[in-house]
Design a protein around this ligand. Structure first.
Ligand code: NAD
Ligand code: ZN
Length: 361
């Protein structure tokens, strides 16, 4: 018998330019919970900027600015935030993440760790979390990863890079205000947006694709094409509206299907070299024409149109040991290969074949 995924979605969503102004009303509705203060986790980029002044924090609320450029979210970082807040103030009524995928994952994970004991590293994996977390709200400021809708909070721990994945990870509320992504630097706008594009191409091209995942991918791809190809493409207000929606829909598509070869390689790059998710995807996707001929062709058109710098010949600086390690990480993501290649993927894909793919980079 086939077991179909029974996934949990975001409970409440507000979308639109200026919707950030409604955040105050949204958080106040939760103030009665726990120790009745709010914990804002905000990308350090916004410190001193207009958006920081618009955060509806009241006296007694906590606003923490977090630098996400030093490293991707770690279990140690989550434990420290939880422990310090708990020791000084107690348990917040709600955690509100304002930032990109990194901050959204931090908000999700911290929310769960206020109610689950011990280190967050104990909960890396599927359905290991014991209790629902505190109310958590996601406010994306860069679009593409789908972290706003996914049921995972990706953390790097001492042993593994793996998400806290369960129904309770999903945000209770998201606030999608396209004004917030206007300041994203052009390169990031491209790489992060391409994560959505790649989610859709991979979701569509594999055995787990179905009418539900297809409908979201088809629409998100249409939006990506409007944003990144042709005369109306570019980082405009109208396109930022579309990108926020595309990111969400791309995330929903892969939730009900699966990612594929590009993400399998990208995880290898991130794990061994620390390459950031969206950028790693772009580096890999550029060389996957054997698997996704049309998608890669279109991707190259977009790279050219937006004059994006994507380095080549990287692998000449890697040792064979490193490439082998990357290939092993990729090979072990069997659910991705199964989707992309088919249930007989082990007859077709070997660690050596994956190494050859890495050597193309
Ligand atoms: P990010 O949060 O890492 O931010 C990227 C850069 O953009 C940072 O320098 C940040 O300061 C900056 N930035 C963010 N918003 C900005 C704005 N409005 N203006 C100017 N600069 C801005 O970016 P990301 O690519 O969204 O997230 C990557 C992270 O997401 C990784 O840690 C990855 O593991 C995680 N991820 C999670 C999921 C999931 O489903 N949970 C999926 C994919 C990736
Ligand atoms: Zn991705």
């Amino acid at each position: 018998m086939t077991i179909h995924k029974n996934f949990k979605g975001i409970e409440k969503t507000v979308f639109g330019r200026g919707s950030f102004n409604q955040l105050g009303e949204i958080v106040e509705a939760q103030r009665h919970q726990n120790d009745q203060f709010m914990l804002y986790l905000v990308d350090n980029y916004f410190k001193g900027k207009d958006l920081a002044r618009q955060i509806p924090a009241q006296p007694g609320d906590m606003v923490m600015y977090i630098d996400v450029d030093k490293h991707e979210p770690t279990t140690q970082q989550i434990d420290m935030i939880r422990d310090s807040v708990k020791a000084t103030r107690g348990i917040p009524a709600a955690a509100i993440g304002i930032g990109g995928g990194s901050i959204l994952d931090i908000a999700k994970a911290v929310s769960l760790m206020f109610t689950n004991e011990g280190s967050s590293q104990l909960y890396q994996g599927l359905n290991l979390v014991k209790k629902p977390g505190i109310y958590h709200i996601g406010v994306p400021t860069i679009s593409g990863t789908g972290a706003e809708v996914s049921m995972t909070a990706v953390l790097t721990g001492p042993e593994k890079k793996l998400g806290l994945k369960c129904e309770w990870t999903v945000f209770n509320q998201v606030v999608l205000d396209p004004d917030l992504i206007a300041s994203v630097p052009r390169n990031w706008w491209f790489y992060t947006g391409m994560d959505t594009y790649i989610h859709c191409i991979e979701s569509e091209n594999g055995i787990l694709n179905n009418a539900y995942s297809h409908a979201f991918a088809e629409q998100a791809l249409k939006l990506c094409r409007e944003i990144y190809i042709g005369k109306d493409s570019g980082q405009t207000a109208a396109n930022d509206d579309k990108l926020m929606v595309a990111s969400l829909m791309g995330g929903l598509s892969l939730t009900y299907s699966e990612v594929g070869v590009c993400h399998a390689l990208s995880y290898g790059l991130s794990k061994i070299l620390g390459t950031r998710h969206c950028y790693a995807n772009c580096l890999a996707f550029n060389h996957l024409e054997d698997f996704y001929p049309e998608g890669v062709k279109e991707f190259k058109t977009m790279i050219k149109q937006h004059d994006i710098d994507l380095p080549q010949g990287l692998s000449k600086d890697w040792t064979d040991e490193q490439v082998t390690a990357m290939a092993k990480v990729s090979y072990n993501l069997s659910h991705m290969w199964n989707h992309a290649i088919g249930s007989d993927w082990k007859d077709k894909i070997t660690v050596d074949k994956i190494k050859d793919l890495f050597y193309r980079l």
